[in-house]
Design a protein. Structure first.
Length: 357
């Protein structure tokens, strides 16, 4: 019907604008955390590629919010223009009036599932790999004077002075790659050397300090020493510990049994959230309009229906995140996350199809 096409077209314009606006605001905050890379020598085109990889994650999070805000805005405008009253006078029930918005919500839900299932883990994995690559490529630039700089999970360095020619002075290097043989290197000077594949430190005039098997402190003096920085394949960029944003849903629902039970539970819960959250694009729109259309129109208090429609959204969101938090401790609560979602949709169906006598 023509009214469906008209409402759908009307919704998409504010939806696109609000998505771009809100995403840009959140994006700027996230990008600010990576600005230090420019100071460390990363090229602008590489930096732009990095920040573009953040977008799928941001869209996944904010789409339910921008979708419901856009839909409420359009239906408030339709109420102001008396078009809702015309639809109701023509015999349309609330569900029929809401149907165009639900079509839009369904499209956004499908898009969110594509992001959740494929695009987000793919992009975030690339982001982490590129960050690691740039960190390795610009390792000498990452080292700050008179600051403990963590070069990797097990290697930390401190320097007193740093010169433009790459010379470092007053070096303290902590090497914890071997848990049973942790070492500290003190050197008067040194340089970072990169052979195209691996980084290493060339240290001069210093000593290595460590504990032997008898727990006795030992010192080994050297005039020159080379320390490889690659850490069990650290420069093999396909080999790194992935967090939940880099994992695909099936990897989260059936996590590696070698992981600690607490970590497994966390991945399972977050895997279910990747299934549940996209459906809120549909549920939020359905619930908001189901409540919104039941409110009488009053031009002097036109914002009141919006506030009333927002209250159940806040309540449902609060319940969802509370249950999610509880599920981290006991995965049995995951079922209640699904129940909260489906009850929201069922209530919305009942609210929009019931006849008021």
């Amino acid at each position: 019907m023509k009214y469906k096409k008209y409402i759908i077209q009307t919704i998409f314009s504010p939806l696109i604008i609000s998505t771009i606006t809100l995403t840009s605001l959140v994006w700027i905050i996230q990008v600010s955390k990576l600005l230090y890379l420019i100071d460390k020598g990363i090229q602008i085109q590489d930096f732009l590629q990095l920040i573009a990889l953040i977008l799928p994650f941001l869209l996944f999070i904010i789409l339910p919010l921008v979708t419901v805000l856009s839909v409420i805005y359009v239906y408030l405008k339709l109420k102001d223009e008396r078009q809702i009253i015309i639809f109701q006078s023509s015999g349309f029930n609330d569900y029929t009036i809401i149907k165009p918005a639900l079509i839009v919500a369904t499209i956004i839900t499908i898009l969110s599932y594509y992001i959740s299932i494929h695009l987000m883990p793919l992009s975030y994995n690339k982001l982490k790999l590129r960050l690691k690559y740039f960190k390795n490529s610009y390792v000498s630039n990452l080292i700050n004077v008179k600051t403990f700089t963590q070069l990797s999970k097990h290697i930390t360095i401190y320097i007193d002075k740093k010169y433009d020619n790459g010379l470092l002075e007053g070096i303290i290097l902590f090497d914890n790659r071997k848990s049973d043989n942790k070492s500290v290197f003190f050197a008067k000077s040194g340089r970072v050397v990169f052979d195209g594949q691996n980084h290493s430190f060339n240290l001069s005039n210093g000593f290595r300090q460590a504990y032997d098997k008898a727990n006795n402190l030992t010192r080994l003096f050297f005039s020159s020493l080379q320390i490889e920085l690659n850490e069990n394949g650290a420069n093999d960029y396909s080999n790194h510990t992935r967090n939940s944003l880099e994992l695909y849903i099936h990897e989260m629902l059936w996590p590696d049994p070698k992981l600690p039970q607490k970590e497994q539970n966390k991945l399972i819960v977050e895997g279910h959230q990747r299934i549940i959250w996209p459906l809120y694009n549909y549920a939020f729109v359905f619930l908001a309009l189901a409540v919104f259309l039941k409110q009488p129109y009053n031009r002097r208090a036109r914002i009141k229906p919006v506030i009333i429609a927002s209250i159940p959204l806040v309540l449902i969101s609060y319940i969802h995140f509370t249950l999610q938090k509880m599920a981290y401790k006991d995965t049995n609560y995951v079922i209640f996350c699904y129940l909260n979602l489906f009850l929201t949709i069922i209530y919305s169906i009942w609210q929009t199809t019931r006849r008021v006598i």
